[in-house]
Design a protein around this ligand. Structure first.
Ligand code: ZN
Length: 510
């Protein structure tokens, strides 16, 4: 075999180990009985150790040296070169992480997530606090091991959004606040209740699932390579492009939770299913740091896709005009007195609220800013775990004007910290901002894109996204993808323009 073939075969085995870990994580979050948490922790720790030993080894060093020699003269942006370069980059980063830190993290994750789920159910932050403290300590040890120049958060956010730092995020957030806060104030001043309350009606769960899956397939989600399950905190996960799973959750009266949860995760899944088959089991579909989703280049780019399909498509007037007949088909008893325009208005209500995942497009990023500021404080030591409920509630009051009645709807609402996922939240806001840039570029490049969207035909949009983003896997950074496909790096103006246009119209603002 050639040096490149030897290298690829070695990386393919690493891919297999990492995908097996992801299958166990999917199982822990969707199927596993509570009692399985501790032994699952051992299983994940063992597999994580094997994966790390496979990767951080003399063999990898030897194969990598040979592969680097073999790619000399290849185009700098070819998949082959990018794969070897990224392998080298992560080889050096992971080499800095002590083995015992990695297995401690892997063992703590399912236990801590189990405790969080119980604590949330029982509204009992005190029972979760010691586990959260352990996660904070592990994250700080990790940041110290990897190294950073300005803020420990920089080492953590790198895992999710390599081009972001604490300093860049502060600039991004400032730009957003200037646009969002006046818009939110104008909307709140104009807000009136809808004439009919849709969320006291009954939406049978089986029909919610059928409607959501029908739309997901219209968007392009391939069920031969996917499935939908229930999870308390919805997510998408993939074990190569051939098996890309999504989850959602259901409420009997409030169908947007399940529908938009499904469409959000479908956006992630379209990205993973759209990766070039040639990249399967290569360095460009591996998250070397053991996060997921595996095939996308960063959290921010991934969120740009989930938010694009969920909001810019799923919450558009065109969407409800195109699919209202299917909504009536699935829910004949509750849809007789509404029309597409009413549905469009109903799913776009702006209301400062307690829960991030249910937040509207205008307030969503304020929820993210709150969390990122808390993470920055936890990492530099200016915020203590035991003070979190109080700090959380104070910030909710300051940004959104609401106060959580309990910690279950406050500091305990998100799963991320229980899994040690510090640094992932900025990806949501980065993704929102990117999504508007990508959609603007698709409109520029694809003839009559809005006509096909109005007809419920998503193939032209999916084609553009696949060509410009999905197929590349992790070959290009978020910043590179933006510049290659839109001509500009990350900028807030297209996103703010989108929000202003949509909500000025919806709320009749001047
Ligand atoms: Zn998402």
């Amino acid at each position: 075999m050639t040096a490149i073939q030897d290298f690829q075969a070695h990386i393919a085995e690493l891919s297999d180990l990492l995908c097996a870990i992801s299958v166990l994580k999917w199982d822990a979050r969707t199927q596993m009985p509570h009692g399985g948490a501790e032994t699952r922790g051992y299983q994940l720790a063992t597999l994580s150790r094997l994966a790390q030993e496979h990767f951080i080894s003399d063999k990898t060093a030897r194969l990598l040296d040979a592969a680097e020699t073999a790619i000399a003269g290849e185009a700098a942006d070819s998949y082959l070169v990018r794969g070897v370069q990224q392998t080298r980059q992560y080889y050096e980063i992971i080499g800095k992480l002590p083995l015992e830190l990695v297995s401690e993290k892997a063992a703590l994750e399912p236990v801590s997530e189990g405790v969080w789920a119980e604590a949330k159910k029982n509204n009992d932050f005190a029972s979760f606090a010691p586990y959260l403290q352990q996660q904070v300590d592990l994250a700080r040890r990790q940041a110290d091991a990897i190294g950073y120049s300005e803020h420990p958060f920089d080492a953590l956010v790198f895992e999710y959004e390599p081009s972001m730092t604490a300093a860049k995020l502060r600039v991004l957030f400032d730009g957003l606040k200037v646009g969002l806060l006046p818009l939110l104030r104008a909307i709140v001043a104009k807000s009136q209740p809808l004439e009919k309350n849709l969320w006291t009606r009954e939406y049978p769960l089986e029909r919610q699932k059928a409607f959501g899956l029908e739309i997901a397939q219209r968007f392009g989600y391939d069920l031969n390579r996917g499935r939908l399950d229930i999870a308390p905190h919805p997510f998408e996960i993939s074990f190569t492009r051939q098996d890309v799973r999504i989850t959602t959750r259901y409420q009997p009266n409030y169908f947007p939770m399940a529908l938009y949860g499904t469409l959000h995760e479908t956006g992630h899944a379209l990205y993973e299913q759209g990766v070039d088959p040639a990249l399967t089991r290569t360095a460009l579909t591996i998250d070397f740091l053991g996060k997921y989703p595996v095939g996308g280049t960063s959290y921010g780019v991934h969120e740009s896709q989930s938010r694009l399909w969920e909001n810019q498509i799923g919450r558009s007037r065109a969407f409800w005009n195109a699919h209202f007949d299917r909504f009536q088909h699935h829910f004949p008893d509750v849809s007789a007195d509404v029309d597409p325009e009413f549905m469009y208005r109903a799913v776009n209500r702006v209301q400062p609220s307690l829960i991030r995942v249910e937040a509207d497009e205008v307030t969503y990023n304020l929820h993210i800013m709150l969390r990122v500021e808390i993470e920055l404080g936890l990492m530099d030591g200016s915020i203590k775990v035991n003070d979190l409920p109080e700090i959380w509630n104070a910030k909710m009051g300051e940004y959104l004007g609401v106060t959580p009645p309990d910690d279950a709807r406050g500091v305990l609402q998100d799963i991320h910290w229980s899994g040690g996922g510090f640094g992932s939240f900025p990806g949501y806001t980065v993704g929102n901002v990117m999504s508007a840039q990508f959609l603007d570029a698709a409109r520029r490049d694809v003839g009559a894109l809005d006509d096909s969207l109005a007809a419920g035909d998503y193939a032209p949009l999916l084609g553009w996204l696949t060509e410009n983003i999905y197929r590349h896997g992790r070959a290009f950074s978020g910043s590179e993808l933006l510049i290659r496909s839109t001509g500009a790096d990350l900028t807030v103006e297209p996103y703010l323009n989108y929000l202003r246009a949509k909500f000025t119209d919806l709320y009749g603002l001047a």
